[in-house]
Design a protein around this ligand. Structure first.
Ligand SMILES: Cc1cc2nc3c(=O)[nH]c(=O)nc-3n(C[C@H](O)[C@H](O)[C@H](O)COP(=O)(O)O)c2cc1C
Length: 174
């Protein structure tokens, strides 16, 4: 079982579309997955799920518990201001520390409208995950100029799909 995290709360994000497509790829490869969509975080999340309120938000607690028991993750990470979205860091800050991610494994996919493909976003996130004790798969696809590669909510580019399939197989075997 793999947990896919769509790394932004922006409505109608491409990240969510890629997360759904990634789930289809894992399905084809015979592996079950579930999606955590940061767009669905409780609206009062910042005020009620962090710091002294950790563990007290009844809407967020099931997600927090899921993150504690899940062992393998795929993070779909859009490039925002040369890094990953702040809401993703806030999500990580709301998880039980230390221990939620320690010893676990993940893969990261980077997307951007520009030419970096989230390379710095993935690098920044890798530093954090390694600090937290999570092993990050070295294969990190950079899906540059993603906006122009989408058709009807799906990636319509064979080389991008091959990169995701190769990564999916690698995280399954990781
Ligand atoms: C707040 C914000 C900052 C962004 N910063 C960058 C950036 O630094 N470089 C870039 O190539 N694209 C940037 N983008 C565009 C996203 O990478 C692009 O929209 C891509 O489709 C993935 O984002 P999405 O999942 O929100 O659709 C930014 C988008 C937003 C909303």
């Amino acid at each position: 079982m793999i947990t896919i995290i769509s790394g932004t709360n922006r409505k109608n994000s491409i990240s969510k579309q890629v997360a759904i497509q990634y789930q289809e790829i894992l399905n084809e490869q015979g592996v079950e997955s579930t999606i955590i969509d940061l767009e669905k975080l409780p609206a009062d999340f910042i005020a009620s799920a962090l710091y002294e309120n950790q563990g007290t938000n009844v809407d967020f607690n099931p997600v927090r518990e899921h993150m504690k028991t899940a062992q393998k993750f795929v993070f779909i990470v859009p490039e925002y201001n040369g890094s990953f979205p702040g809401v993703l860091k806030t999500f990580l800050d709301a998880l039980e520390f230390p221990g939620t991610l320690k010893g676990k494994k993940c893969a990261i996919v980077g997307l951007s409208s520009g030419i970096q493909g989230g390379v710095m976003a993935m690098s920044h996130l890798t530093d954090i995950f390694n600090y937290l004790g999570m092993h990050v798969l070295a294969l990190k696809p950079k899906l540059i100029r993603i906006n122009g590669k989408m058709e009807k909510g799906k990636i319509a580019d064979d080389s991008y799909m091959k990169r995701l399939r190769d990564q999916a197989q690698a995280i399954i075997d990781f």
